[in-house]
Design a protein around this ligand. Structure first.
Ligand code: NAD
Ligand code: FES
Length: 297
């Protein structure tokens, strides 16, 4: 059992929990995820790690209830426990590797964080800051009340640009407008961008950054289901290569992803008929596991 040391809300329908998970906290890096299960019969929910404290042995997760299992998570209180809390899983962010730190230090980095996707950006900005790199960060939210983690970001980034769709706080408009304004009106330019948020946001961020020839990494966490490489839900074409977000990612070069195809596949995967059709079309590459085991049956 994994005790919830602190349970709270960051905004309406956005929950934050600090979980006692020393083995995960000891080894995780920004960009990796955990799989949580509320009880024995609950669904496995993959969530990108939003913060970790190696000394305290804790992992922070942030989530938005979108189904029965995450609804159940939201009802858990301080002192309750998760039945399972497995990780760290997936590949760390390429920006947060000691092995390429000297190269990373030469880059001007921009993070684009949208809605709930703001939370997984935080450990990356924090890791870079702790290694002497101050990245710029754009946070986008629908409205003022949905802007999360502003103060936490202020202490770990260079410039922080906040924008709301309705103009109720910070700048007005979507994150893509800020990317354009920074480049076209405010004399900024970057070498590396990381965009994390809803699929549609990541799609339009990539279309925008292509104009500036700005390499853009995205997190394909939203298409993951079981997080084990077995169910086939997170299969995604990256250029002409078949990848599985939960094993090879979750982060990929966004300019190599066909977001329309990925969103269409995500919708198809939700029905049994759709899964059967995908399995038929994709054959042995449908699953990330052995390819023959029928992991989603
Ligand atoms: P949201 O719909 O409020 O969008 C957040 C921001 O994204 C907006 O304020 C806007 O600036 C930008 N955006 C949205 N649509 C856009 C468009 N068409 N063009 C340009 N910019 C656009 O976000 P939300 O409701 O918090 O998002 C929930 C989604 O976030 C869930 O579907 C979840 O899957 C996803 N999510 C993704 C990750 C990840 O790792 N990629 C992590 C957590 C959550
Ligand atoms: Fe990656 Fe199931 S979530 S294969």
């Amino acid at each position: 059992m994994y005790k919830i040391l602190k349970a709270g809300q960051l905004a309406a329908n956005i929950y934050e929990m600090v979980v006692d998970a020393p083995r995960v906290a000891k080894r995780c890096l920004p960009g990796q995820f955990i799989i949580a299960k509320a009880d024995e019969v609950g669904e496995r929910i993959p969530l990108t790690i939003c913060d970790y404290d190696r000394e305290a042995g804790t992992i922070t997760i942030v989530f938005q209830p979108i189904g029965a299992s995450t609804e159940k998570f939201a009802q858990l209180k301080t002192g309750d426990s998760f039945r399972d809390f497995v990780g760290p899983l997936g590949q760390p962010s390429e920006l947060c590797l000691e092995s390429s730190l000297e190269e990373t230090k030469k880059k001007r980095i921009l993070f684009v964080a949208g809605g709930v996707g703001t939370a997984p950006v935080y450990p990356q900005a924090k890791w870079l800051y702790e290694h002497g790199i101050e990245a710029d960060v754009i946070i986008g939210a629908k409205t003022k009340d949905l802007v999360i983690m502003e103060d936490k970001f202020k202490s770990v980034c260079g410039n922080l640009y906040i924008t709301t769709d309705d103009g109720s706080y910070g700048r007005s408009g979507m994150v893509t407008k800020v990317i354009e304004d920074l480049h076209e009106k405010e004399g900024k330019s970057y070498d590396h961008c990381v965009a994390i948020g809803p699929m549609i946001m990541m799609k339009f961020c990539c279309l925008t950054t292509k104009k500036y020839n700005l390499k853009t990494i995205v997190s394909m966490n939203p298409i993951m289901v079981d997080g084990t490489g077995m169910c086939g839900a997170c299969r995604v074409m990256v250029g002409d290569e078949v990848k599985f977000a939960c094993v090879d990612g979750p982060e990929f070069d966004g300019h190599l992803i066909d977001f329309d195809a990925a969103m269409k596949r995500q919708a198809m995967y939700k029905t049994e008929e759709g899964r059967k059709l995908l399995e038929f079309r994709e054959g042995k590459t449908h699953h990330g596991g052995c390819g023959n085991c029928g992991g989603d049956k």
